[in-house]
Design a protein around this ligand. Structure first.
Ligand code: F6P
Length: 491
């Protein structure tokens, strides 16, 4: 890749907490850029392909000042964070306050004023960095919950810009959102955008309700009329705003997707297909391979699904001699207390189930706490019989869509939690409530024994859905909403 250090102003800027590439020091002390993990990168890559654009984000290491640089047509603008900001903005406010609050308070959110101050400071830094690279009248697309204040801050710095914000995780019902001591600041921050996009219709409606309850702005779904001189604080008991000078903010659903063609290309290579056969062999050619692929996160419902699997073994409905559960749990947010506790809990549970039901040559659960290459992941999708995607709450869940996309053989069954954004679209999956362990057990058994004709029909429909609603449609829909003149993703 051609690397330069020139950073021109461009008319298309992405802002996300992490850059799509992480700086990793090599043995000789030089930085090497490697693709950073996560669904956001995979989703935005096709949008960026071949276009002159800038990407503003944190380079994955604390206390590191890096100069902007360019690789091919993308200009990277690293935003630094101190060790303390990493602890307070990223691990604290983003991942120990907002993340659990927005995911149904599965673990209790913590509210700390120092974390909020740090979140505000870091958001301001991101807004300034974006303002410095965006061309006059350009478009800036802010991504996700770590940066909810950026749209308004950016509007203050650069009123000429068109600003989009996309929220990748759920937006909670008002009764939960209202717990946030800084709820008005967050809403005000988001309303700085021209379009605020969500995964589900329900998320968009939750935000509009929060705006109505806090600010009383008039709206005509999905448009909210925001007074141009909106300031905080605002008294929630004040009468509805009737100011004549308003700007329109569209608060709407734009469910994210993936590049199915790229997945198909990877999943149909000879080496991936051969590897999938090898995996089945290595697992002892059991009748049924169940597969879970997640970040190790308490929202993913890993322990609920392992409990269901363990009970099926205990009752003898399944035998470890002919059924195996492969659970890939990639390391995530390892310095946050609740994630450390989760790891201990899951590993204890896996150990117990394997201790009770495993054989010398074959554990009941193959548990891998590691990152895996995309190719190996594709081979796992092809090797399994039942893909188990059972989060307690998830904005979208692209693993479900990846699995479906990879199964060009129209085989395999998807068991899907109704609490994922994906459930709104993938209605041919076996839908489960992950809190209902008996219901989940029934779904596992039904999936393992599903007649081939039914499985094939369901998979073909699932694949057609993802093909039709792929990532280009997501990006095009969003960009059209922001401005009909924004350049579109390339084919
Ligand atoms: O789902 C939200 C998200 O921020 C993704 O964008 C990202 O891939 C994942 O969570 C992990 O994020 P991080 O490791 O930066 O906390």
């Amino acid at each position: 890749m051609a690397r330069t250090t020139r950073t021109p102003r461009v008319d298309f800027v992405i802002v996300s907490n992490r850059l799509p590439i992480d700086a990793k020091p090599t043995a000789d002390g030089e930085d090497q850029w490697v693709t950073s993990p996560g669904g956001l990168v995979a989703a935005l890559q096709p949008v960026m392909a071949g276009r002159e654009a800038a990407w503003v984000g944190w380079p994955g290491r604390a206390d590191t000042e890096l100069a902007p640089f360019s690789l091919d047509k993308t200009h990277y603008v690293p935003v630094s964070m101190s060790e303390q900001e990493l602890a307070e903005h990223y691990e604290g406010m983003s991942n120990a306050t907002i993340w659990p609050l927005y995911h149904d308070v599965i673990v209790p959110p913590e509210f700390h004023r120092e974390w909020w101050d740090s979140y505000t400071r870091v958001n301001q830094r991101f807004a300034e960095a974006a303002a410095s690279v965006a061309e006059q009248d350009g478009f800036v697309w802010v991504q996700d919950y770590q940066l909810q204040l950026v749209p308004q801050m950016l509007r203050g710095l650069r009123p000429d810009l068109r600003i989009g914000y996309f929220h990748h995780i759920p937006f909670p019902p008002y009764e939960l959102f209202a717990q946030l001591p800084w709820r008005q600041e967050i809403l005000h921050g988001l309303l700085g955008a021209d379009v605020v996009g969500f995964q589900r219709v329900a998320d968009a409606s939750n935000m509009r309700q929060a705006v109505r309850r806090n600010f009383g702005y008039s709206m005509n779904k999905p448009i909210v009329r925001v007074p141009v001189d909106a300031r905080l604080p605002r008294d929630p008991h004040a009468p509805p705003v009737t100011a004549s000078k308003t700007r329109e903010v569209r608060v709407d659903a734009f469910p994210i997707s993936l590049d199915q063609a790229a997945i198909v290309e990877m999943a149909t290579t000879d080496s991936v297909i051969a590897r999938s056969r090898e995996i089945r062999e290595e697992l002892g050619n059991p009748n049924t391979i169940f597969l879970g692929v997640d970040r190790l996160d308490y929202t993913k419902g890993i322990s609920h699904r392992l409990k269901a699997f363990g009970e099926l073994l205990e009752e003898g409905t399944l035998q470890a001699s002919d059924a195996v559960f492969v659970q890939l749990a990639s390391p995530s947010r390892e310095r946050v207390e609740s994630y450390r506790e989760l790891r201990d809990d899951i590993e204890l549970q896996v150990g117990r189930i394997n201790g009770d039901f495993g054989h010398l040559d074959r554990p009941a659960i193959v548990y891998l706490h590691q990152n895996m290459s995309r190719e190996e992941m594709m081979a796992l999708y092809l090797a399994c019989d039942v893909m188990v995607v059972t989060p307690l709450r998830d904005g979208m869940n692209l693993v479900a869509k990846e699995f479906v996309s990879a199964r060009t053989d129209n085989k395999g069954v998807l068991v899907l939690s109704e609490f994922t954004g994906a459930a709104d679209e993938l209605d041919q999956a076996l839908m489960v409530n992950p809190h209902d362990i008996d219901g989940m057990k029934e779904a596992f058994v039904a999936a393992a024994h599903m007649p081939v004709a039914e499985a094939t029909r369901r998979m073909a429909e699932l694949r057609a859905t993802v093909e039709e609603h792929d990532v280009r449609r997501w990006a095009t829909g969003f960009l059209d909403a922001v401005t009909p003149h924004t350049p579109k993703p390339r084919r």
